[in-house]
Design a protein around this ligand. Structure first.
Ligand code: PLP
Length: 370
């Protein structure tokens, strides 16, 4: 089988294929970095979106101080690719995960982890202590998402005091991710609610400092809120991830702040009727948890998965009549509705400029969910 090479035209790609418009991606990264340079807040992008050390290294070259990962297995892939300053943003609980973490910490001491419970902190303390190590930890706070995180205020302070008594843990920061606000369409509402969340986060950080904890890192924010977070006094770094490629869900909420730089290239394989064609991209190529992908440049046409391997394109307006301007063999690009869950379905990025492949990157952390 022919393996696509750098320099090839996109025409050589078999489909479905995940393709990246490099000029748009570079524009997104440069634009985000510029916004935060002006604000004097560090950027620690969430690498669970890109899942690729190649892309992480590009983000570092553009000015990121390190990266976030969601899971230990993602951290394993990133350190293999040379990224050392990592924050694992999900609580690590249970012997199998702790054993993997301890292995990582032996060789990569810049990895930081979050805790939100005494039980979790005790287990972590015991595991790193048994290996003769120390771990730098951030207290994870619930700033309204109601996922993980201790309650800001007295509960957080009490937990911090107990962590402070644990010999092998160093409490160096707080994390509070306001995931529930990222896709609010009304910008004013998004900003106001983000400010409330940032107040809870920074006030708790201040209480911890007053109690004697050396809180250096106050980390938060995603693509939809990071700028509002950065404008709040006391935030030291932001964690956006989706901005690198964007998706339709974010574009619908934020408008054209960043560009949709990644698409899934597909082929029309059948034409059951003049007003419907079938493409080779279904549920295994495009996630649907945030709605349907959109055919790029075909505003009047809607996509609908037709099972694991197939998708249908038909008129968006159900009353529309007439032939679709698509024939068997045509290629169609689909803009994902949710970038993270779509990237995780693919093995390879094909990055192009002016119609030619300029880079081929494996999605090295694909499927790394442990
Ligand atoms: C803890 C944390 N930080 C940051 C992000 C980045 O968000 P986004 O990809 O929406 O920019 C996420 C995404 O879910 C997250 O879970």
């Amino acid at each position: 089988m022919y393996q696509p090479q750098v320099g090839d035209s996109l025409d050589v790609l078999d489909t479905p294929a995940m393709i990246v418009d490099l000029a748009l991606m570079e524009g997104n990264i440069a634009s985000l970095m510029k916004r935060f340079r002006a604000r004097n807040v560090q950027v620690r992008p969430h690498l669970k979106t890109v899942k690729s050390p190649d892309l992480a290294l590009r983000l570092l070259a553009a000015g990121a101080i390190g990266g976030c990962v969601a899971k230990v297995s993602e951290a394993e892939v990133m350190v293999e690719g040379g990224i050392e300053d990592l924050l694992i943003t999900t609580e690590i609980v249970g012997k199998p995960k702790l054993a993997r973490l301890v292995d990582l910490l032996q060789a990569h001491p810049l990895i930081k982890v979050v805790v939100d419970s005494v039980v979790g902190a005790r287990e972590l303390n015991a595991a790193v202590g048994a290996a003769g190590l120390e771990a730098n930890v951030l207290l994870d706070l619930n700033v309204g998402q109601n996922r993980c995180g201790a309650t800001p205020g007295a509960e957080a302070l009490d937990l911090a005091r107990q962590i402070g008594d644990m010999e092998h843990l160093q409490l160096i920061g707080v994390q509070g991710y306001e995931g529930h606000l990222q896709h609010i369409h009304d910008q004013q509402e998004r900003q106001q609610r983000c400010q409330q969340a940032m107040r809870a986060l920074t006030e708790t950080a201040e209480h911890l400092r007053t109690a004697g904890f050396p809180i250096q890192i106050v980390t938060t924010g995603g693509t939809g809120t990071a700028e509002f977070c950065a404008d709040f006094d006391g935030i030291t770094e932001v964690q956006p991830g989706s901005f690198v490629f964007m998706d339709t869900d974010y574009r619908n909420a934020l408008g054209p702040v960043y560009s949709n730089a990644l698409t899934i290239l597909s082929t029309v394989i059948s034409r059951p009727s003049p007003d419907c064609v079938i493409i080779d991209a279904g549920l295994k190529s495009l996630s649907t948890d945030s709605g349907m992908a959109e055919p790029k440049g075909l505003a009047q046409i809607a996509y609908q998965p037709k099972g694991d391997e197939h998708g249908a394109l038909s008129w968006r307006n159900e009353n529309a009549v007439g032939e679709l301007p698509l024939q068997i063999g045509d290629r169609v690009e689909l803009i994902p509705s949710h970038i993270d869950t779509t990237i995780n379905l693919h093995d390879t990025y094909y990055a192009y400029r002016d119609g030619r492949i300029e880079a081929i990157w494996p999605v090295a952390a694909r499927g790394k969910v442990q």
